[in-house]
Design a protein around this ligand. Structure first.
Ligand SMILES: Nc1ncnc2c1ncn2[C@@H]1O[C@H](COP(=O)(O)OP(=O)(O)OP(=O)(O)O)[C@@H](O)[C@H]1O
Ligand SMILES: [Mg+2]
Length: 262
């Protein structure tokens, strides 16, 4: 489904430099793949390159990205806009900031349907209520009329997930989606993502600095360090028998509190 080959990302802005140095990996349809690595490893940049959300004036991208038979780095902007939200959904670290504070929850979940489908107003409404129900938010009829500030952080992330999945994308990119949430809510979101993957076969690319979280959700993991992949493989194998010293340090750095939850 997704094939990244020799991805290189360079900046030509004030800071400049090369941040990703030739990253290659594949992802099968319906797979749950994790990318871990400390801050600055190039995880977010890799995700942004896949959705082509990096500014083209200041960023140079080399290599190849194939997604469902499409050459992402050479598709038109128009086609890319269609792929984003329809074939690739994404959710980010801060759900509250990702939502429009002035817009009710219902219309925000509905937006991808307006952009990417020809469904009638009534059909869209039905899908939105169903989506709210599917992410375990209470009282869909009431929730659609709420504003983001009337919901908790975890509920806002559920809204983001509902919106990201409403067009049934083949891939969901989740960049640190639970970092801003407390541990119990983190667990609920992980479970929700796993259930969505199992029910709808949506592939999940889950980015985190926390290998123990990735272990709970993903089957395979890529470890990034300073813009390179240093290790990859079956998540259990990497977690229990890490080959690279860097991965060993990442595992050792997991606080004991979260170790209890692995
Ligand atoms: N516009 C830019 N110009 C120059 N360098 C940049 C730019 N944006 C990001 N970088 C650099 O690229 C590197 C990778 O950044 P990236 O955001 O992908 O890291 P990350 O792995 O997602 O880290 P985090 O865990 O903190 O989110 C960093 O060293 C960052 O400083
Ligand atoms: Mg990041």
């Amino acid at each position: 489904m997704l094939e990244v080959k020799n991805l290189v990302i360079r900046f030509h802005d004030r800071i400049g430099g090369e941040a990703v140095h030739g990253v290659s990996f594949n992802m099968e349809a319906g797979e749950r793949l994790g990318i871990v690595g400390e801050s600055g490893a190039g995880k977010t940049l890799t995700a942004l390159a896949i959705t082509r959300l990096l500014k083209s004036e200041t960023t140079e991208i080399d290599g190849e990205i194939n997604f469902m038979g499409k050459d992402i780095l050479h598709t038109s902007d128009k086609e890319m806009r269609d792929i984003r939200g329809k074939d690739i959904g994404f959710i980010f670290q801060d759900p509250v900031a990702s939502l429009n504070p002035l817009m009710k929850v219902g219309p925000q979940i509905e937006e991808p349907l307006l952009l990417h489908t020809e469904l009638s107003k009534q059909e869209r409404q039905k899908r939105v209520l169903q989506a709210i129900n599917d992410v375990d938010l209470p009282d869909p009829d009431v929730t659609i009329r709420k504003y983001p500030h009337q919901l908790s952080g975890g509920q806002c992330q559920r809204v983001m997930i509902a919106s990201a999945l409403i067009c049934h994308p083949a891939l969901l990119i989740a960049d640190e989606p639970t970092t801003a949430l407390d541990v119990t809510v983190q667990t609920q979101i992980i479970k929700l993502l796993k259930r969505k993957n199992e029910q709808e076969n949506v592939g999940i690319l889950y980015i985190s600095h926390d290998l123990s979280l990735v272990r709970r959700l993903c089957t395979r993991v890529i470890v990034m360090y300073h813009g390179d992949i240093v290790e990859s493989g079956d998540v259990e194998q990497v977690f229990t028998q890490p080959r690279e010293a860097y991965t060993q340090r990442l595992i050792a750095a997991i606080p004991t509190r979260s170790k209890r939850y692995v």
